[in-house]
Design a binder for this molecule. Structure first.
Ligand SMILES: [Cu+2]
Length: 320
């Protein structure tokens, strides 16, 4: 028998011979029985143990007929279906014990709790993912710095206008720096042409965010006026730098540039200078990014610089 059914009642009729006869009936019928006073005891159907039977038997000794009513509430294995006699059932419960969805709506407290829990979970998940992404970017930057060639450093030279120009003047913009000499017959003009053409292309794309720079490795002959005449042949924004031999040597050392100019060379001497043939891309922090040699066509230079500018923009949110 189903002792959990809230709408079923069990009556236990104790006969004069003490045998028990169980009758399954409705709640309403039981109420009628109780109202007329025929039932002397009501007890749980689950409590209908041997102990309960003995209690009922004692009662039968003083009565010819003893009705024992047992209510069906007792220890139901499923507490959600436990039925309260006095309440007559919640308005949110159907006769079968299930909640009435039309009465409580779709957004139940349980659904609200799940909704909030899901929202909180998503919040922490995305925050964790964001932190992971940030750490990954930091790691990439560190790795990049660790693998970065030690090119660049302090220097102080003089521009074609006679002004002092130091490594601090590289900060805040991209730079392409070439080391050569004005009497170079072929290679230096070719490389400066290439570098100037790349800057012209980058100017079209971004405006003047890349500063082209020429550094003389022949200070004896490359005076300020000589450098001024020379750089004007390549690009209107090309900065020409020269200086004392020691200053030029220090700059070349900082940028890992080899040159063979004799220390005691005189302006009128006729000699060639053997030197490294690279120009360097330096970022707005004055840090080395890339070196371009004779094998790098102008298009490759432009593409590489654009790539670096794009990475810089992504990381800093600004172009320079
Ligand atoms: Cu040269």
């Amino acid at each position: 028998m189903d002792v959990c059914a809230p709408d079923r009642i069990f009556l236990c009729l104790l006969r004069p011979d003490k045998s028990i006869h169980n009758i399954q009936t409705s709640r309403q019928q039981l109420k009628g029985v109780l109202d007329v006073g025929h039932a002397l005891h009501a007890m749980s159907a689950l409590a209908l143990t041997s102990s309960a039977r003995r209690t009922a038997a004692r009662c039968s000794a003083s009565a010819r007929h003893l009705y024992t009513a047992a209510k069906s509430t007792p220890r139901c294995a499923n507490p959600k279906r436990n039925y309260s006699e006095t309440s007559g059932g919640s308005k949110q419960q159907t006769p079968s014990g299930e909640r009435d969805r039309s009465a409580v709506g779709v957004f139940t407290p349980t659904a609200a709790a799940i909704f909030v829990a899901t929202g909180v979970g998503l919040f922490f998940y995305f925050r964790h993912e964001k932190e992971k992404l940030h750490e990954q970017r930091q790691k990439e930057l560190i790795d990049k710095d660790v693998g970065r060639p030690n090119v660049g450093g302090p220097f102080s030279l003089t521009t074609q206008d006679g002004k002092t120009f130091t490594d601090k003047d590289l900060l805040g913009r991209w730079s392409l720096i070439y080391f050569g000499f004005t009497n170079c017959p072929d290679i230096c003009p070719e490389e400066l042409d290439k570098m100037s053409a790349a800057v012209t292309e980058l100017d079209k794309a971004y405006g003047p965010i890349v500063q082209p720079i020429f550094v003389s490795v022949d200070p004896a002959r490359d005076t300020v006026p000589q450098v001024a005449r020379y750089v004007s042949e390549f690009h209107p924004r090309l900065v020409g730098l020269t200086g004392e031999y020691a200053a030029v040597r220090a700059a070349c050392k900082a940028y890992r540039v080899y040159f063979s100019t004799p220390r005691d060379a005189q302006p009128g001497d006729d000699y060639l200078v053997d030197h490294s043939i690279y120009f360097y891309l330096m970022d707005p922090h004055g840090r080395f990014v890339e070196a371009f040699g004779k094998a790098s066509p102008m298009e490759d230079v432009v593409e590489r610089v654009k790539k670096e500018v794009g990475v810089w923009e992504e990381q800093t949110g600004k172009r320079v």
